[in-house]
Design a protein around this ligand. Structure first.
Ligand code: PLP
Length: 374
């Protein structure tokens, strides 16, 4: 077996976008001089306003991570405790956990085979008098069926939140993906295309929500003598914001590098029998967050064996999202089955995908996919 020589001898599914250290030092000097290191400082406010342009939205509220942002988004919609939220089981743990932490019940809906997002055609059958919210996830940057979900929400008077953790800068028909539904959450975690080390934001069209969300983000404190809401500490600090400002200058270049790898993977993998490459709908831009492949029955081996073979040569692919959230002990309901999810969760594999991925590694990955691991 030949080991790939990279950081710590392992190739991971992603590698964080890191600004130049000298630039970080300059930013830190400014922060030190200002002696203002958190609580909506200058850098925080600048990043918030720059993100409006990048995400093509009217309102941005920064957070210290995507999970607290999502938790706050649900809280801001004042949904009665005990209500049901229709969501996807094919997502990261944070999505259903934020529902549950708000005292609401996640009701899992099956996913579409192509985009792997919540199947909008299966939502109506799950609606009960207790349903108050639909929480869709633009998984891997593939867009939910926002049009159909909007129709359903209007018909049944439901709120809609989107988890766009994987869809930074994605546009649907030229419109920023953060404009759909009532509120959208973006994550700026280290693994994301654009990162602030940890971080995230909420975007929304209804400007009335801005005050409310800002208030919830800061413990519900209105002013020195008034705490009006049961808020949380969701504030992004100045150091996170500074990293964000620097990475904002870099992410388009990173995206362009990823596009080259995406094209290289596509042209080689499309020739391999038994692997399907899920396609981005033609009206949607790709965030280039992940490169998922689907292992079909006519491939020479199964997904788990392929994962293990790569692992044995220190290439760490990821089985996102296996297990599905509906398999977690805290959510498991043995009476429920999901036709598409229960199949696809055993087939998806995310390949290493980041701008600085060396050619010899992509070659090795492509050879591995062709069954050549020696
Ligand atoms: C789909 C999804 N939702 C939510 C989150 C949580 O975001 P954060 O890590 O910024 O809290 C993540 C991952 O980081 C994610 O992949």
């Amino acid at each position: 077996m030949v080991n790939v020589k990279t950081q710590k001898n392992k190739v991971f599914v992603t590698s964080p976008l890191l600004p130049d250290l000298d630039d970080v030092a300059s930013q830190l000097k400014e922060i030190w001089a200002a002696k203002w290191i958190t609580n909506m400082g200058e850098k925080h406010n600048l990043l918030e306003s720059k993100l409006k342009d990048v995400l093509n939205v009217d309102n941005v509220c920064l957070f210290n991570n995507g999970t607290i942002a999502l938790l706050t988004a649900i809280k801001a919609l004042d949904i009665p405790i005990g209500s049901e939220v229709i969501t996807t089981p094919f997502t990261f743990a944070a999505t259903p956990h934020c529902i549950t932490w708000n005292g609401l019940k996640p009701v899992f809906c099956d996913i579409e085979p192509d985009t792997m997002t919540i199947d909008a055609n299966k939502i109506e059958a799950l609606i009960t008098p207790k349903t108050k919210l639909i929480l869709g996830v633009h998984v891997y940057g593939f867009p939910c069926n926002v049009k159909k979900i909007d129709e359903i929400a209007k018909k049944y008077n439901l709120k809609v939140i989107y988890d766009a953790a994987h869809a930074f800068s994605t546009e649907i028909e030229g419109k920023g993906i953060g404009n759909f539904g009532d509120i959208t959450m973006f994550s700026f975690h280290a693994t994301k295309l654009f990162n602030t080390v940890e971080g995230g934001c909420l975007t929304f069209n209804n400007s009335d929500l801005y005050k409310k969300i800002c208030n919830l983000r800061n413990f519900g404190i209105q002013n020195e003598e008034c705490v009006s809401d049961i808020g949380i500490n969701g504030k992004m600090n100045e150091i996170q914001a500074a990293i964000g400002l620097l990475n904002l200058n870099l992410f388009r270049d990173e995206q362009a590098k990823r596009k080259k790898i995406y094209d290289l993977y596509n042209s080689n993998i499309s020739l391999i029998k038994g692997i399907r490459i899920p396609k981005m709908p033609s009206n949607t831009t790709n965030s280039y967050q992940y490169y998922p492949i689907i292992i079909n029955d006519d491939y020479y081996t199964d997904r788990d064996d392929l994962y293990n073979r790569f692992k044995a040569i220190n290439i760490m692919t990821r089985k996102y999202f296996y297990p599905a959230c509906s398999d977690y002990a805290c959510y498991k309901d043995n009476s429920k089955h999901y036709e598409v999810l229960d199949d696809i969760k055993h087939r998806v594999l995310c390949l290493p995908f980041y701008g600085s991925l060396p050619c010899e590694v992509t070659d090795k990955i492509i050879r591995g996919l062709n069954g050549k691991f020696e």
